[in-house]
Each structure stands twice: as C-alpha cells, then as structure tokens.
Design a protein around this ligand. Sequence first.
Ligand SMILES: [Zn+2]
Length: 214
Amino acid sequence: MKIHVLPSGPIQTIGYLLTESKTGVAVLVDAPADVWEKVQPLLEKEGCVLKELWLTHGHWDHTQDAAKIKRASGATVRAHQADQHLIETPETMRAYLIPGLELEAVKIDAFVRPGERLAALGREFEVRHVPGHCPGNVLFYQAEAKVALVGDALFNGGVGRWDLPGGSFELLEESIHGQIYTLPDDTTVLPGHGPRTTVGEEKEGNPFVPGARR
Ligand SMILES: [Zn+2]
C-alpha cells in the first residue's frame, strides 16, 4: 500500500490517497478542494481505480471536492452519522467559510460505526470515533501498516480546535486518551493538517493532551 500525501485547497487540508497496485484499487481519505486534480494522475500512474472516499469528519475544508469526486469516480462515500448534516447540508457551516467559497452537498452512501472494520486494498481498517473537534470525527487505523488517519483530532504538537459548533475540549481529550493513545506507540499518525507524527511522540510531548492523564 502506498500513501500519497496531498495537501490541497485554501487551508492546505491533507487528502491521503491510498493505492494498492496488486488489487488495482484506491481509497481517498478526505476531499479538500482541488485534490481530485492531484488524485487522477496518481490513479493512472499506479493503475488503480478510486472505489472509496472516506471522510474523517464533516468540516468544509475536508469535504469540498467530495461531490465532484463521487460524480467522476462513483466512489462510495463513507462518514459518521453525527456529521451527516454538515456533509449533506454544508450551508450549516456558512458562517465559518472563507467568503466566496462554494460548497456542494454530497450524499453519504454508508455510515461508519466505531469498531467497524472496513475491507479495502486487501487490508482491514478499523474505525474509531474521536469526537471533540467535530462530533463525527473518526479515525481509520490499519494495524499492519501501523498508520492511523485521524482527521483533525490530533496534530503534530497540537490538537484540533474545540471551539467550533459541537466541539468540546473534554471530549477531545477523552477521545485522544481512549482511542488514539491506546494505539501502539510506533503508529504513524496522519493528521488533516501539517506534518505527520507518531502516537509515542505525542504521548511524550503534546502540550495540549499529555500522555499521562492529569
Ligand atoms: Zn475540522
């Protein structure tokens, strides 16, 4: 499995394209604006077809290209039900938009549930629910590859904003302790913005949510 890191759109939100040439299938995690233009040549190069679009959460900067990508590829869109209103009626977030940006609604094809294992690329991805930044934030964990795609729950040296609608620091802290810091220390954390990190590094040095519970 190859992981292509594709920062895109007005606030450099990262779309992660997972490709596996053995199966000819690709999965895209998050759909920032203009990511599709970067995804298409990679699919061609890797000989893969995009079958799945997984949304870590419903914030506009992660979903802006979703409708376009679904139309173009026919990919199955999966997300948590708690963010259905954000994804299917994106005008909800109008107050938080950069002026002039247009949002297009996309229909979720299947809701992901905590503990669910998604089969893709000849692998299994475990879904974990990590609310606090956004009510429907989930992570996708692939044990053999030792990677967790966490959306905006946890960053390298930071955590997601908790002051947006539906956000809560207490909840975020609980999610990080219960669902992320319980993964093996050598798990690579792939966040929705900025550089990657590991579970161990964040437990050791994250200033917002230290590994040792307060
Ligand atoms: Zn977000």
